[in-house]
Design a protein around this ligand. Structure first.
Ligand code: PLP
Length: 370
């Protein structure tokens, strides 16, 4: 049998820039400066420039990035313990954990059955006098409906926060993910479109006060050494990850283009009446962090692919409000999310996937019968 096509091959991905990455890491080792230095500053400047925002703060990971935005709003008196934050139930659990860890209350909304992004109508049904913010996740790499969400935010005086952990470089009209709301959280976890070789994250915003508060919250709440204005945390983008990310940022647009090309091939050539392909509102707005198909017989299809040497994953098999960790929200009725969790299947899609591998995936899907 042919070699297994892995869902993702990070070794193969990063080898393409191996020499440059090793050079960057060696530069940091030799510098003798490992935390809060010029590599972090340089990356923040480059990433803000890339997203088109005025400010970027590098932090420890994507969960902390969301958490620090909420913590900063709490320090500013815009949110308080027990206030409500609306977010989609079909996301990675980090989106909700950031909310609960800040002692805010997650209110789960349903998603659109075509794009799988948060549904504006479901948000409107859930707004109360205690609602303070909406977190929009750009799920799988497709931008959430930001015009509608900004309208709702304006109408009810809510903050709008992007969870852009799956959408580095995605464009909505003429603006990039990270520059479409009050503030945005990014993760650079290794599997993301822009991924480090360890944990890392960032916040982008055009709000100077917010950026400064986040910066100090991420470094023990200090504004100058040993002077602590807030009860902060320790969540800092380290120099080695910053140096690696500066290398990989240069290739992000090219990699997103390669992802889009593979996605177009899948969408053009996969023809099976039992399979629903991803629908793209606007090709520019989708950077295919994941290529997610749907079928009623998902588990059977996953096994068929694995038996034939193609590894797939499920994003996500259980929506957040049905997880044990969120048992107090399990009564909430979110019919679209709940149906999708049993139907979605993510195919291998990454820039270093070869033509033969792509064709094999397509042929297998086209040959699959019930
Ligand atoms: C990956 C991810 C996160 C969390 O990022 P970490 O760096 O792993 O903390 C948050 N939200 C979404 C939507 C993600 O995909």
């Amino acid at each position: 049998m042919d070699k297994l096509i892995p869902f993702l091959d990070l070794k193969r991905e990063n080898e393409r820039y191996g020499d440059e990455i090793k050079e960057a890491v060696n530069r940091v080792i030799d510098s003798g400066w490992y935390i809060l230095g010029k590599e972090k500053e340089q990356f923040e400047k480059a990433f803000a420039g890339y997203c088109g925002t005025q400010f970027c703060v590098g932090v420890g990971n994507g969960l902390d990035a969301i958490r620090l935005i909420l913590m900063a709003y709490m320090e500013q008196g815009i949110m308080q313990d027990g206030d409500e934050i609306i977010l989609p139930a079909n996301s990675f659990i980090a989106t909700a954990l950031a909310v609960t860890q800040c002692k805010l209350k997650p209110i789960f909304a349903d998603c659109d059955p075509v794009t799988y992004n948060i549904a504006p109508s479901s948000i409107r049904e859930r707004i109360t006098p205690k609602t303070r913010a909406i977190i929009a996740v750009h799920l799988y790499g497709q931008i959430a409906p930001m015009d509608e969400l900004n309208d709702i935010a304006k109408e009810y005086n809510l903050r709008l926060i992007e969870d852009a952990a799956q959408a580095h470089g995605a464009v909505y009209k003429d603006r990039k993910a990270g520059n479409l709301a009050d503030a945005a959280a990014f993760s650079f976890y290794p599997v993301k479109n822009l991924g480090g070789l360890g944990d890392a994250g960032a916040i982008t915003t055009n709000n100077k006060g917010l950026a400064h508060t986040i910066q100090s919250l991420s470094n023990y709440g200090s504004v100058e050494k040993y002077i602590h204005q807030y009860k902060g945390m320790n969540s800092r983008l380290d120099e080695i990850q910053a140096a690696i990310l500066s290398v990989k940022l240069k290739y992000l647009d090219e990699e997103n283009k390669q992802r889009q090309q593979i996605a177009s091939l899948y969408s053009e050539k996969i023809k099976n009446k039992h399979i629903i392909l991803p629908q793209i509102k606007d090709i520019n707005s989708h950077v295919f962090h994941l290529y997610v198909i749907r079928t009623k017989q998902r588990d059977i299809l996953q096994k068929f692919l694995m038996d034939n040497g193609v590894q797939t994953q499920i994003h996500y098999p259980v929506t957040i409000h049905k997880q044990k960790a969120y048992i107090d929200s399990s009564h909430v009725n979110l019919p679209v999310c709940e149906r999708l969790q049993n139907e979605v299947l993510s195919l291998p899609l990454y820039p270093s996937l070869t033509k033969n591998e792509i064709e094999k995936v397509i042929d297998l899907l086209n040959s699959w019968t019930l």
